[in-house]
Design a protein around this ligand. Structure first.
Ligand code: CP
Length: 326
């Protein structure tokens, strides 16, 4: 079954959020608009709305995370849900319990949602195929496959600064090959109508299927950055690299690191993005990461609103008495 099919329930409502690949523009816009409504909750005196009161959400992070795990937890709490953070290292999986047995036990506790990060591509999809019908699964990053909520929070950040996706030139720079973020960003940017998506990287960090991804490939920062509206930097994902793909981090920074000088090639009002964690002096200079064009910390803040939107749309699905989706 295609991942886009499994994401919807029998009423055509979003039940799981596993990938952006194949989702229609109206779903992405709906997520962005819903997140816009949640964006001010964090600035209220009482940072809570009652939408998911009584629901139980489980964070299952099999891989390390700072931003994604904590913003999912905050998003759930701001929707008034109860949250369980499972410590995988001290869970019974370390005693040989299988993933599915662990899930069956969590289901027996009447949980409603699993938020899953896993080093294996396809893990969230596998879990979604095996859970009970009332449970929703959100992919919080699987291997080098997809990181859909990261892409959506990045789209939210771009829309707030640039308004119209159909007039933009976007450059994604760095380790495209191993990046689940890049894959999800490219799907989202294409679906939202961005006419020019550039990827800039050495040949060793460009995936083989780039031709079918709807992007223009550049190996030269000077050419690739020229007149872009959005500059998205990526970390070198050493944990997923097999063999030596780069001469050295120093040489990489010289050629592909974003410096104030190189940033001048982009439009004067270009924004600089990075999903984090950032490696200063490897892919980005501190003066740029902390500079006036950087929206890196805004991305983190926006992650809460986007995750609230996705959780409320998937867990808060309702049918009217006539059977029509409300
Ligand atoms: N962007 C992102 O996924 O960051 P974390 O690994 O800290 O969650």
């Amino acid at each position: 079954m295609k991942q886009t099919d499994i994401q919807f329930d029998q009423n055509g409502l979003l039940r799981h959020f596993l990938t952006i690949d194949g989702l229609k523009r109206n779903i992405l816009v709906d997520i962005l608009d819903t997140a816009e409504n949640f964006a001010t909750v964090g600035t209220q005196q009482v940072k809570k709305v009652p939408l998911l009161r009584g629901k139980t959400i489980v964070n299952l992070f099999f891989e390390s995370s700072t931003r994604t795990r904590t913003t999912f937890e905050l998003a759930a709490k701001r929707l008034s849900a109860d949250v369980l953070n499972i410590n995988i290292d001290t869970s019974s999986t370390s005693k040989g319990e299988s993933l599915l047995d662990m899930l069956r036990n969590l289901e027996a506790m009447h949980c409603d949602m699993f938020v899953v990060r896993h080093h294996q591509s396809g893990a969230a999809h596998f879990i979604a195929q095996h859970v009970s019908p009332h449970i929703s699964v959100i992919n919080a990053g699987d291997g080098q496959h997809a990181h859909p909520t990261q892409a959506m929070l990045d789209m939210f950040t771009i829309r707030r600064h640039k308004k119209d996706f159909t007039k933009l030139r976007v450059a994604i720079i760095g380790d495209i090959m191993h990046s689940r973020v890049a894959r999800s960003e490219i799907h989202a940017l294409n679906t939202l109508g961005v006419p020019e998506i550039r990827v800039i990287a050495p040949n060793t960090l460009i995936p083989p299927a780039t031709d079918s991804m709807g992007v223009h490939v550049y190996h030269d920062m000077e050419q690739g950055l020229k007149d872009v509206d959005v500059v998205m930097m990526l970390r070198l994902q050493h944990e997923r690299m097999q063999g030596a793909l780069l001469p050295s981090e120093h040489e990489y920074f010289e050629t592909y690191g974003l410096t104030s000088k190189k940033l001048k090639l982009a439009k004067a009002d270009a924004i600089v993005m990075h999903p984090g964690p950032i490696n200063r002096g490897v892919e980005i200079e501190s003066a740029v990461a902390d500079g006036p064009q950087s929206v890196i910390l805004e991305q983190v803040t926006n992650g809460i609103a986007i995750r609230m939107a996705v959780m409320s749309m998937t867990l808060g699905r309702q049918k009217s008495p006539e059977g029509n989706a409300t």
